[in-house]
Ligand binder design. Structure first.
Ligand code: GLN
Length: 275
């Protein structure tokens, strides 16, 4: 029987991916996997590993194979019903947390796996956090993550602001609206590549010019935001100018675009009224 070390050397996928699959199968932590790498892998676990490696080699994302992905230092359950959390989105979270006042109200629009809402509630237990999604399957994943992290978040199903039929938030009562909406253009070739082929298309693209949902959110957010409240939107690296123009058209001020860790335009924010 091959040892963990031998498997890591010979597996036909990148070593860090084999490590993640092995951790998933053995239940070992990353450091246990290192200290126990002379152990042979029992046959049933080796068989399971081979099946997962075959699926990975065929293109399935690692996050769906192991059912989790880390975001902002916490493990989140993911399934093919939700977008796989991206490190870029940590920037959206941080920009939102920086602007959230004490006992503030935050609405994560299109929450997916719940990463923004659950992380915000964990970081800022004083906040009232609302999270909505059009997909019932996604909401079930988000609710599972909120329960796992003991984060009391209010959830509702609905397309964008229609979820307020459930929340019944009064007009102009929200301090921060944060959203990572589907912003990829319908004909972007990336949709046919890599992990994106396995992710829910409606979480990635608006099936139009990439800006349709951003326009809708920017148009309707001011009715829900408080005076001096902020709208924060994640978007594509080449959409900064277009999103700034949209926010300006709908009356936002203090509009700015921030870059992600790779130096690419990633988050644009605007305020309902200058402070
Ligand atoms: N950041 C993702 C990507 O480009 C897209 C996520 C989204 O559309 N919200 O792969």
């Amino acid at each position: 029987m091959p040892t963990i070390a031998q498997i890591l050397q010979t597996a036909p996928i990148p070593r860090n991916e084999t490590r993640l699959l092995l951790q998933h199968i053995t239940g070992y932590t990353a450091s246990q996997l290192i200290t126990r790498d002379r152990e042979p892998l029992p046959k049933d676990q080796a068989d399971q590993l081979h099946r997962l490696i075959a699926r990975r080699s065929a293109g399935e994302p690692i996050a769906y194979l192991i059912g989790t992905r880390e975001f902002y230092g916490r493990a989140f359950v993911v399934s093919p019903a939700v977008l796989i959390p991206r490190p870029e989105t940590e920037h959206l979270l941080e920009a939102a947390l920086q602007r959230l006042p004490e006992n503030g109200v935050l609405w994560d629009l299109g929450t997916g796996s719940g990463i923004i809402a659950v992380s915000a509630k964990c970081e800022r237990p004083d906040a009232r956090v609302f999270a909505s999604d059009i997909s019932a399957e996604a909401l079930a994943v988000a609710q599972q993550n909120a329960a796992a992290w003991c984060a009391p978040v209010s959830f509702a199903q609905g397309a964008w602001f229609a979820a307020n039929q459930v929340f019944r938030l009064p007009q102009h009562s929200v301090h921060i609206i944060a959203s990572n909406p589907p912003y990829i253009e319908a004909d972007d070739p990336h949709l046919q590549q890599g992990d994106l082929r396995y992710e829910p298309p409606a979480a990635l693209t608006d099936f139009a010019d990439g800006l349709a949902h951003i326009r809708h959110i920017a148009q309707h957010a001011p009715a829900y935001l408080r005076r001096h409240g902020w709208l924060l939107l994640e978007h594509g690296y080449d959409q900064g100018q277009a999103v700034r123009d949209i926010l300006a058209r709908f009356g936002f001020c203090q509009i700015e675009t921030q870059q992600d860790w790779a130096g690419l335009d990633r988050v644009t924010l605007g305020r309902v009224e200058a402070a």
